[in-house]
Design a protein around this ligand. Structure first.
Ligand code: ITT
Length: 198
């Protein structure tokens, strides 16, 4: 009984592994396979990209596969960077470059107008091509300078709604308990448990 988590983002992988701990499946990652193709993320939505990643890998490997497509939608930027979050500052952008570009884009925007949301869609696909998707969202605001050093991506700039900490100041467990990814995976686990799998 194996399940592939199809991501090359180590931050995501760590969070997903922690949430799936205890399910009766061996969790494999893309590192357990060689010669898998790069999948172009050309969908217009998180859902399209998540399904594309999971269904492609499930089709090639013959194993059930989970994929995460996620990103940050900033109100003052009309929902950008959205599905382009990983590549906001260019194709080879690092998290630091993306964060610097976001701070620059918002430098004239006052604190009360810096609202944003993280979105995550998890797709679970089987080799026969059937897929289920689960979505989660987390509201917050973009800080004026980074806070904290845990997590990945935009975490140091994201102040969680109703909290006084950024996502990068929280433990992995706490982030998972409230994040967009944690919520989407909680729905997936509920579905697996209703279907008698867990
Ligand atoms: P895979 O496609 O291999 O999974 P990726 O990093 O390219 O990895 P996405 O296309 O889904 O994944 O891009 C998601 C980007 O959104 C990610 O690189 C971060 O910049 C940002 N992001 C998503 N979830 C985040 C989180 O929990 N904390 C901080 N940033 C996050």
């Amino acid at each position: 009984n194996s399940l592939i988590v199809a991501t090359r983002n180590m931050g995501k992988l760590m969070e997903i592994r922690k949430i799936l701990e205890g399910i009766p499946c061996r969790i494999l990652s893309l590192d357990d396979f060689s010669d898998l193709p790069e999948i172009e993320e050309d969908g217009a939505t998180f859902e399209q990209n998540a399904v594309k990643k999971a269904s492609t890998i499930a089709g090639i490997t013959g194993l059930p596969t989970l994929a995460d497509d996620s990103g940050l939608a900033v109100d003052a930027l009309g929902g950008s960077p959205g599905v382009f979050s990983a590549r906001y500052a260019g194709d080879k952008a690092t998290d630091e470059m993306n964060n610097a570009k976001l701070l620059e884009a918002l430098k004239e925007v006052p604190p009360e107008s810096r609202g944003a949301a993280f979105h995550c869609v998890i797709a679970l696909c089987t080799p026969d091509g059937s897929c289920a998707t689960f979505a989660g969202e987390l509201r917050g605001a973009i800080l004026e300078s980074p806070q904290g050093s845990d997590g990945f991506g935009y975490d140091p700039l994201f102040l969680v709604e109703g909290e006084c900490e950024s996502l990068a100041e929280m433990s992995l467990e706490r982030k998972n308990s409230l994040s967009h990814r944690g919520r989407a995976l909680a729905l997936l686990k509920a579905r697996l448990s209703d279907s008698g799998f867990l």
